[in-house]
Design a protein around this ligand. Structure first.
Ligand code: SAM
Length: 212
């Protein structure tokens, strides 16, 4: 598995203490987003894109979803090739979920889908005034040098998250959108969990988007 994002994040240090990714350190917020999506979807065939049969599988999907499958290998590679006939996509990654979401938007087969995502990228970069990825800058039209923009992204994250989603999800309308932040102080609080329910625009047939 290409664990590039994971490996990069392991290099961080905080006051000399090595940063170690902690899977599902805020499961309540993540569960709440997923349960809310399940409540609002008629069909609930679910694909776990990052790390299957772990915490969210046992706490949510295996109890409440119609079915649940797990992607194998690198998530982006898998999403570019697999038959995406699923209603719910769990994009529970360490870094940016937006690249995966863009591919899902281009390749998902149903006309109504839900996505649960962990965003450890956009709000975290804004909080640290560190570099926002070139992908997000391009999609969101963000200027990495603009410190006031970074403050705005941190404090008004849902606005900027939705802006990026609208730009990468052509052919879909965002029907519902919810955001929660990880709990446990400012550092953790920079990680966002969001859920979106998407309805395909009437003039866009399934699976016609170019590969991302
Ligand atoms: C935040 S954890 C999510 C765990 C799981 N979804 C759960 O409910 O506990 C992120 C997971 O993504 C996996 N991962 C890291 N890089 C990946 C990649 N490029 N493609 C697929 N999975 C990856 C990690 O091994 C880890 O299991």
């Amino acid at each position: 598995m290409n664990d590039g994002a994971h490996a990069t994040r392991r290099k961080w240090s905080l006051k000399g203490k090595a940063w170690t990714p902690t899977d599902n350190s805020t499961p309540a917020a993540k569960c709440a987003i997923r349960l809310w999506l399940l409540d609002n979807m008629k069909r609930t065939r679910t694909l776990e894109c990052y790390g299957s049969e772990q915490s969210m599988f046992w706490q949510v999907w295996c109890k409440h979803a119609e079915s649940v499958a797990g992607a194998t290998g690198d998530a982006l590679t898998y999403l570019r090739a697999a038959n995406l006939d699923y209603d719910i996509f769990d994009v529970d990654c360490y870094g940016s979920p937006y690249e995966a979401i863009e591919i899902i938007g281009q390749r998902a087969l149903p006309d109504r889908i839900a996505i649960a995502a962990t965003d450890g990228s956009l709000r975290r970069s804004a909080m640290m005034r560190s570099k926002i990825s070139s992908y997000l800058c391009e999609k969101g039209g963000f200027d990495n040098e603009d410190k006031r923009l970074k403050a705005a992204i941190f404090h008004r994250y849902p606005v900027f998250c939705r802006l990026v989603l609208e730009r990468i999800l052509s052919g879909w309308q965002i029907d519902q959108f919810a955001v929660k932040y990880a709990e446990g102080g400012a550092w953790k609080n920079a990680t966002a969990y969001f859920g979106i329910i998407l309805q395909r625009s009437q003039d866009t047939p399934a699976g016609v988007g170019p590969a991302a």
